[in-house]
Write a protein that binds this ligand. Structure first.
Ligand code: HEC
Length: 113
């Protein structure tokens, strides 16, 4: 195969992969759904998910964390497998769709602060 044909074929394959990844990301969680719930989190995690440490209070940064890890952590709070009073209470009330949306929203933050 000559190199021009090969290059064209690779471009098509790469484009297909990106489209599939985009479709997967959309199915995984809608950041706009997450954004709607984010005010619930901002008081503690900050408006950009940056977290904070105030005296003995240590609130983790969640911005730009891996999406799958965020979903997993939030689900563990929801089921009570991971215990933290406030997180258990908040996630107990949020749906799977809201959790997936929040994960997409915070994972997609432009900058980890
Ligand atoms: C009252 C303060 C408070 C609020 C409100 C709050 N969080 Fe948290 N969050 C914490 C604290 C404290 C921890 C660390 C708990 C622990 O040690 O497990 C935490 C942990 C987390 C973690 C796990 C982080 C990690 O690195 O494992 C995630 C994800 C998270 N919060 C997301 C959220 C989201 C999304 C919201 C809004 C729906 C929210 N939190 C609202 C205080 C808060």
């Amino acid at each position: 195969m000559d190199s021009a044909v090969l290059a064209a074929a690779l471009t098509v394959i790469r484009g297909t992969i990106l489209i599939l990844m985009g479709a997967h990301a959309a199915a995984a969680g809608d950041p706009m759904v997450g954004k709607a719930s984010a005010p619930l989190c901002a008081g503690c995690h900050g408006h950009r998910g940056e977290g904070k440490v105030v005296g003995p209070e240590a609130i983790p940064s969640i911005a730009r964390q891996h999406e799958a890890y965020l979903v997993r952590s939030m689900r563990m709070y929801k089921t009570g497998e991971r215990k933290e009073k406030v997180m258990n209470e908040i996630f107990g009330r949020l749906s799977d769709e809201e959790i997936a949306g929040l994960a997409a929203y915070y994972a997609g933050m432009k900058q980890r602060l």
